[in-house]
Design a protein around this ligand. Structure first.
Ligand code: FNR
Length: 380
């Protein structure tokens, strides 16, 4: 009711409360390069559309006359008590959206009690983001470099900076065919954006003949050469397990057999995700993959979900399909682009307020009682 009460004095929200309207606003304010990079997807954009369609096709069947007077959105995820089933997805190069970049997004997450997942490819060194967050819950996303020493160094720095969960992204051993970026000939990394963690890393810097400021090209090329490694296979996970003592979550799992391999490799969770439709054109929609993965792993792994979440009812549907919590991608990035930290907080608050209402109006007082029985597939 806060918004309606403010409205009595004539104040309306600075940004739309329908988060699907943010992209068009960002489009008007920022250049085509940055917007294309964030909004763009792989191939003809079909996977991103499929992500939405798979969520839209499933409809909630609300239950009536259940006591939803008092509600509690909290969930336990990987042994952590979270205030709601939400975390901010790792998104790199945020300085193309706002000068305060990852620090603004991280502060917003901290202020709202939502975990922030920092990308390996952030525009800000991880130590600086950690400092901006105080004691708030933060996880580190790893792009698994070819160079073992750099990976080991990243893990050590992340640990020392208070990042508690390691999220290893598996779906980006190569950057996909992304026509919006190709047509603009725009890739932030080639301008040295998204390289901050590397350019401050002793193991990375030790491999350079000259300091970064004297030969930026050589530094960028070394980064591109090691950024990710298409040669890795499942047994390689043992290296990460040995070098990280907290929970490890594999991001980008879509096949139930891969989820089972993750469990066998001693992992703690998976994120069912197709990278927001940015990697495999023609990929299965993430929401269609989710129930199969959740059924396959049962209680063996924590199952998280992203790709296409835009509204509170999407969060509800993801839980009903078997996720413990969801990660939010592009919407918070647009909030950042439009209004910095306040924009990200706006996005988190709108999403959670809408989720709370969806939960209540569907007859649930907590996320724990939401099941597959709360959904029905609409006829094609
Ligand atoms: C991403 N994503 C991503 N994932 C990751 O593991 N590391 C990263 O550095 C990035 N960077 C990144 C940049 C941009 C601009 C976008 C849009 C996405 C993927 C991200 O974590 C998440 O999987 C998707 O964004 C989820 O889909 P939606 O919510 O954007 O549809």
């Amino acid at each position: 009711y806060e918004i309606y009460l403010n409205g009595m004095t004539g104040a309306v929200p600075r940004l739309p409360t329908d988060l699907t309207r943010l992209e068009a606003l960002v489009e008007q304010r920022l250049g085509p390069g940055p917007v294309g990079y964030v909004a763009g997807s792989a191939g003809n954009g079909g996977t991103a559309l499929a992500n939405r369609a798979a969520l839209d096709r499933r409809r909630i069947v609300p239950r009536m006359l259940r006591d939803v007077h008092e509600r509690d959105l909290s969930v336990e995820v990987l042994g952590r008590a979270l205030p709601a089933p939400l975390a901010l997805a790792p998104v790199g190069v945020l300085s193309i959206m706002h000068p305060d970049a990852e620090c603004a997004a991280a502060r917003a997450a901290a202020a709202q009690g939502v975990p922030y997942i920092l990308s390996s490819a952030s525009s800000t060194p991880m130590e600086q983001v950690a400092e901006a967050m105080g004691d708030a819950e933060r996880w580190f996303q790893l792009y698994w470099a070819k160079d073992r020493e750099v990976t080991r160094s990243f893990l050590g720095r992340a640990r020392a900076s208070g990042f508690s969960v390691l999220v290893v992204t598996l779906d980006t051993p190569l950057l996909a065919w992304r026509p919006r970026d190709l047509d603009q000939a725009y890739l932030p990394f080639l301008h040295g954006v998204g390289t901050a963690n590397y350019f401050t890393d002793p193991a990375f810097l030790a491999g350079l003949a000259k300091p970064v400021h004297e030969d930026l090209n050589a530094a960028v090329l070394r980064f591109v050469g090691m950024f990710a490694d298409p040669g890795k296979t499942w047994p390689d996970l043992a290296f990460l397990r040995e070098n990280w003592d907290g929970p490890i979550v594999l991001k980008g799992v879509l096949h139930p057999d891969d989820a089972l391999l993750a469990a066998e490799a001693g992992m703690d969770g998976v994120v069912v995700s197709n990278h927001g439709g940015r990697q495999v054109a023609g990929s299965v929609a993430a929401a269609d993959a989710l129930p199969r993965v959740a059924r396959a792993v049962g209680d063996r792994l924590t199952v998280l979900f992203d790709s296409g979440v835009r509204t509170g009812d999407d969060v509800f549907k993801a839980l009903a399909l078997g996720a413990r919590a969801v990660l939010l991608g592009r919407p918070y990035v647009y909030g950042l682009g439009l209004d910095g930290q306040a924009g990200v907080e706006h996005v988190i608050r709108c999403l959670l307020a809408e989720f709370d209402l969806t939960l209540a109006l569907s007859g649930h007082a907590t996320p724990a009682t939401v099941t597959a029985g709360d959904l029905q597939e609409s006829p094609a």
